[in-house]
Design a protein around this ligand. Structure first.
Ligand SMILES: [Zn+2]
Length: 323
């Protein structure tokens, strides 16, 4: 029992400093940073979320509208279009996926043409959130959007982080936007960036690398990515996969089931926690100081748990058939 007062303050652990390589540029007084990616493609960040836009002679095409950036999207668009001497009217808004943390400021742009995958439309109809109007234009496999002489390719490769998450390729701007898969310079947040389809999430960086690009927009934190950043993420994930297989082969479940007897779930939980911790420990030590927040135990541990469960449930690993 804790009592109110000085000793009710939580005991907070220390972590290693965020590597310099993981930190983005400073924000302006309004709390955002906007810069050219290439030619007339620009990106905006508040340090935690990212958005992008094409500034064309026929209007602005916005890619995602995270509510944390919110009104600063308008400010960033106004700032850039004034400098570029093109109209500041947002005519199109592309949804990467239906999640509110990337789309919840969509309503700020009123009556624009919204474009998204058919599954994004279905999920937004389900969610019935006035902040995220359903897309007017949908596609199943791919869609080429051309506005004011600028071209972008929207491609669906199946479920990954979410059922509807798409690849946004700017072939004329040497850029790929793929949200909530790779956090540049950082480990994924809990459970592989809260991903719903683990095999789809694991293969997404490989698909991303098949495209031609130099600049990568991952949707989170304050930096633009390069191909080396995606390779580092792939190594971190591959190490977790390897370590998970090793832990499944080496941790003996017997003591957990012996100890808890008819409380089957206590035995299962004890065993799975032991496998997860054994698999995560070497990865946490290897990446501490390399990827930011690798030493925050819950992050690598829950990501390892998701991968372990996918090895068991999707791949059939560690299953024993009763004789
Ligand atoms: Zn998401």
């Amino acid at each position: 029992m804790s009592t109110p007062g000085a000793d009710s303050a939580p005991q907070l652990p220390d972590y290693v400093p965020v590597p310099e390589s993981a930190l983005g540029p400073a924000l302006n007084a309004d709390g955002y940073y906007v810069d050219r990616v290439q030619d007339n493609l620009f990106w905006v960040t508040d340090g935690t979320y990212q958005s992008a836009f094409l500034a064309t002679p026929a209007g602005v095409v916005l890619f995602d509208a995270p509510p944390t950036i919110g009104g600063n999207l308008r400010r960033a668009v106004d700032e850039i279009t004034a400098a570029e001497n093109v109209p500041n009217t947002v005519t199109h808004l592309v949804y990467s996926h239906h999640h509110a943390d990337h789309a919840g400021a969509s309503y700020l742009f009123g009556d624009v043409v919204r474009i998204g995958h058919t599954e994004t439309r279905r999920l937004l109809q389900r969610d019935n959130d006035r902040a995220r109007p359903v897309p007017d234009v949908t596609f199943e496999e791919n869609y080429t959007l051309e506005v004011g002489g600028s071209r972008v390719e929207l491609v669906y490769h199946g479920p990954n982080h979410s059922p509807d998450n798409i690849y946004i390729h700017f072939p004329d701007h040497d850029t790929l936007m793929l949200i909530d898969i790779v956090n540049i310079g950082w480990v994924p947040i809990y459970n592989l960036n809260l991903s719903e389809d683990v095999p789809g999430y694991l293969e997404a960086p490989d698909r991303a690398m098949e495209y031609s690009w130099t600049n990568f927009l991952g949707g989170h934190l304050g930096k633009l990515g390069r191909r080396d950043d995606v390779v580092l993420h792939q190594q971190y994930i591959a190490d977790i996969v390897d370590s998970s297989h090793a832990a499944l082969a080496s941790v003996d479940p017997t003591p957990y089931f012996m100890r808890y007897g008819e409380n089957a779930w206590a035995g299962v939980a004890g065993y799975l926690d032991a496998v997860t911790n054994a698999a995560a420990a070497p990865v946490i030590s290897k990446y501490t100081g390399v990827l930011a927040a690798a030493d925050v135990p819950a992050l690598t541990t829950t990501t390892t748990f998701s991968i372990l469960q996918s090895i068991r449930l999707d791949l059939g690993g560690g299953s024993q058939v009763h004789p």
